[in-house]
Design a protein around this ligand. Structure first.
Ligand code: SF4
Length: 347
């Protein structure tokens, strides 16, 4: 969370930026709840540029909620054709009939939320943009902005994480201009705070953003679903001579396992030349699934940070789990290679 002063400064900078830099979109020229509702439903699964022509055509054919309620479903679906996810159109049609019988567009968050096809995000967006009600709308773009601005490692893919960010968004919301604030947050996420390449130099809140201050934009938002899929393949070299093994030791000030011995890889021995594979193993660290290959290699001229250590000392030295696993793989491999000793020879 931000301090009270930083939160105020955040709102001021964000809204100043939005007032000057927002994209000119047709649904931003109206306060008519029906038109805003149509735009929000279309934008649920469709990009802004693709939605614009559909929005104009749909409103030309069904200019009021009553016109939509009185239309046949076939007509409604025909005007939705091309946007996909037709359940959106069916729900909208059902909601229009519901609103038509109530004679007025619902104007509270709870009433809007109760309409078919409207979830928390759409209800908050519609309530704030059309009726100035103080409800924070949190979609994927907003989640990303929040998690970066707060440098908050909470899991954005979990229900608890999303609740946590919804509370944070509610605290940050500008209650004097909730509709503009919500749209500004979405606009920032859609045009500046991009998923893989945030444009921090152009960002109006960069001075307040904690991820940027730490240079850690790429670490946020955290998503366990995404991280679980992170697979990486790595090679380590097994280079041995007369009972000694080539290894390197992590510096004492290393963030990860200081002082531990590791097997070299391409980074430590770029000139090492692999001659054969001795085995493979997997190693999981948090949400990374590493697949290691242990490669026997020829001793290179440059040893880089590596040193020779007695293989017998591996049990007593601080050796990393990866080194220990590789050692077990190599021992198993070697035992299979040993020629069988005949009884006659041993007697
Ligand atoms: S400074 Fe960068 S990471 Fe932070 S909110 Fe702005 S664009 Fe996103």
């Amino acid at each position: 969370m931000l301090s009270k002063e930083d939160a105020q400064e955040f709102r001021r900078r964000l809204l100043d930026w939005f007032d000057g830099a927002q994209r000119d979109l047709p649904w931003r020229h109206t306060r008519d709840p029906y038109s805003i509702w149509i735009s929000e439903i279309m934008l649920q699964q469709t990009r802004v540029t693709a939605a614009i022509p559909y929005y104009s055509r749909f409103l030309a054919r069904f200019p009021t909620v009553r016109a939509l309620a009185e239309a046949s479903q076939t007509d409604v679906l025909a005007h939705w054709a091309g946007l996909g996810y037709y359940y959106r159109a069916r729900n909208m049609h059902a909601a229009a009939k519901q609103i038509g019988s109530a004679c007025a567009f619902p104007n509270t968050y709870d009433e809007i939320r109760a309409l078919p096809g409207i979830g928390e995000y759409t209800a908050a967006a519609l309530a704030s943009i059309a009726f100035d009600l103080p409800h924070a709308a949190v979609d994927g773009n907003v989640l990303r902005v929040l998690s970066r601005v707060f440098a908050d490692p909470c899991d954005t893919s979990s229900a608890a994480g999303r609740k946590h960010f919804a509370r944070a968004a509610d605290v940050l919301l500008d209650r004097s201009r909730p509709g503009s604030f919500n749209q500004a947050m979405m606009e920032l996420g859609a045009t500046v705070c991009l998923p893989s390449n945030p444009q921090c130099l152009l960002c109006p809140v960069s001075a307040i953003c904690r991820a940027r201050t730490r240079g850690a934009q790429a670490s946020f938002p955290f998503s366990s679903k995404r991280m679980k899929n992170l697979r990486e393949s790595l090679d380590v070299f097994w280079i041995e001579r007369s009972g000694e093994l080539l290894a390197w030791q992590r510096p004492e000030d290393s963030r990860l396992m200081p002082g531990f011995w590791e097997l070299p890889g391409n980074e430590q021995l770029p000139e090492a030349f692999a001659v054969r594979e001795l085995g493979r193993f997997r190693h999981g660290i948090t949400f990374h699934d590493y697949r290691f290959r242990v490669l026997e290699a020829i001793l290179p001229n440059e040893l880089g940070p590596c040193r020779w250590i007695p293989i017998t000392s591996l049990g007593t030295l601080p050796a990393s789990t990866i080194l220990r696993k590789a050692h077990r793989i190599v021992s198993r491999h070697r035992s299979k290679e040993k020629p069988a000793v005949s009884h006659a020879a041993s007697e």
